[in-house]
Design a protein around this ligand. Sequence first.
Ligand code: UDP
Length: 316
Amino acid sequence: MGKKGIKNIVTGGAGFLGSHLIDKLMYRGESVICLDNFLTGDKKNIKKWYKNKNFELINHDLTKPIFVEGDRIWHLGCPASPSHYQTNPIYTAKTIFLGTLNMLDLAKKLKSKIFLASTSEIYGDPKVHPQTEDYFGFVNPIGIRSCYTEGKRIAETLFFDYQRLYNLDIRVARIFNTYGPRMTINDGRVMSNFIVQALNHKPLTIYGDGLQTRSFCYVEDLINAMIKVMDGTIFGPVNLGNHEEISILDLAKKITKEINSEMDLIFKDLPIDDPKRRQPSIALAKNIYQWEPRISLEKGLKPTIIYFKKLLKKMK
Ligand code: UDP
């Protein structure tokens, strides 16, 4: 259980992860100030809290400084799917760099804890498998993914420099692929693409040969882990994700089976710098927080498919 009275500031609070986090904090009896400019976030995700006295929404662009009060800052705000963050790469880099700097300055003023939603992207196209936190990554600094990848790397650097210089109480978590209800339908991610394609009886788009791997964590497991990290005492970085690795082809098979549709595939070019294998080592999270994911892909797919089904019905 959380402590009633804790004041949280959540950047990117209207997004997929942010809104699930807000739900959890609100149910714990804490209060939340949600900062979002709705670039990729959606008001629908947080609407249910509008009338709650413990909730406040501020339409805010993270590249600008802001002063609000809180005990804990959760810094999630940033477009996170490749198609979204590549739409305006300079704005993405600016949001990550200036947004992180602004939130760290706020944490310094408030003497509050601050959490960074970092990412598995910082490992780039990894040569170490599974990825452990001490691996520095294999990253292209000038490619189309770099605005996000290098952005998140400098965000981690800023966090640790603020910690060393100002003794800030930081938490850095590297979040691996996560899925579940409230994912956006058109963000180009494999999970939303495959489910929507299968529900619409369209061929599933496999990029490359489909042998590249990812490891998918259900959102509920991930949010539980994030809270454990914030509640804990370790700066990090710590990997958070599900260590069940699966090829994209096998994911296509699983999703079509779950939806009971014919498997029809169409092969497209692999995007530049698309990581070949990705699987977190979660030994650190297990040791420190006694956390490990509980929801298998089979189990997590069910509510995710139901969510997309409803969404498609509403759009008709
Ligand atoms: N992918 C795919 N078909 C799609 C969308 C994605 O084969 O319709 C592949 C993509 O090339 C990558 C993996 O699925 O290898 C995961 O892509 P996603 O954009 O979901 O996340 P990433 O882990 O690359 O950030």
